[in-house]
Write a protein that binds this ligand. Sequence first.
Ligand code: TXA
Ligand code: MG
Length: 324
Amino acid sequence: MKPDFQKAVDALKKDGVVAFPTETVYGLGARLFSPEGIRKIYRVKGRPADNPLIVHISDLRQLELLAEDISEPAKKLIRKFWPGPLTFVFKKTRLVPKTVTAGLETVAIRMPRHPVARKLIEAVGEPIAAPSANRSGRPSGTQFEDVLKELKGRADFLLSGGAAQLGLESTVLDVTRIPFQILRPGSITLEQLRKIFPKVQVHSKVHGKISRKGAAPSPGMKHRHYQPACKVVLVDTVQWKESLARWIKTKQMIGTLSFSRSAAAKSSNLVYAKSFSNENDYARSLYHSFFEAERKCVDVLLIETRPEKGLGLAIMDRLKRAGA
Ligand code: TXA
Ligand code: MG
């Protein structure tokens, strides 16, 4: 076993919190049955106490201990998409601590695909509860340097594992009701799910504007998310050129994230210009670009929008929240 991996295992066993790689984004984990570790996750992140965590498992036997009433259709999706970036919301068993579910009777569970994440769960011998590795409200860490910047000195150990392959958080699917509902779009798309169950829906709050009032089906929906230190402005492809020219005239430090185009305008106050070659690349690099733009002291980050289909639905969900 590599020394760093062993340090991560030791820290978890001692009720600590550890950042670790997954294929979506880095997680900030504690042992599911360590009340102290779970409390520490909320403290380190500054996470609102009403926002529950995702439980990460490495073995289907763990699922049986944690979730009740798993329907045949849900099992079908598990067989198809696990291990991978799909999180299910199930009715919880009594074994799942209420602190992890923020008092809810349901629990979110995911079996990650990343080998390091899986081995970590196996090595500590119990599921790991983990939100994304970032301070609450900030962009998620998808590269180790970003995790370091956000969490160094706050977590007990940060386990490096390179760049996350997918870059956006998992799809959260509520399977406690029929038809199944997507509470958070992610790498597994609506289209992929509908190929198996045509009636899968996207919860209305995913498309709608972000409300801090009223009951949100997924507590995470009502909180601030993914926000870099710069002002975020979403720009339609057809308005891109005109909008960029207008912002450059303001003399503020401008950054751009755009799709399949060269940096365009040259100007001394255009200090960061990133172009994505396709949607996977967009998803994979989005949060890291936020951190890069901050490092370049960008005041205003112009971001080209995408059609809300396929991976574009998840990208736009994050962009709208980043700009909220
Ligand atoms: O890809 C991911 O899902 C990453 C990696 C680390 O696995 N994790 C992640 O965790 O994104 P977090 O805490 O940032 O997001 C968890 C989301 C939140 O929006 C939360 O409200 C929702 O899942 N959630 C958790 N438990 C829930 C439940 N019982 N019912 C509804 N939503 C729930
Ligand atoms: Mg998060």
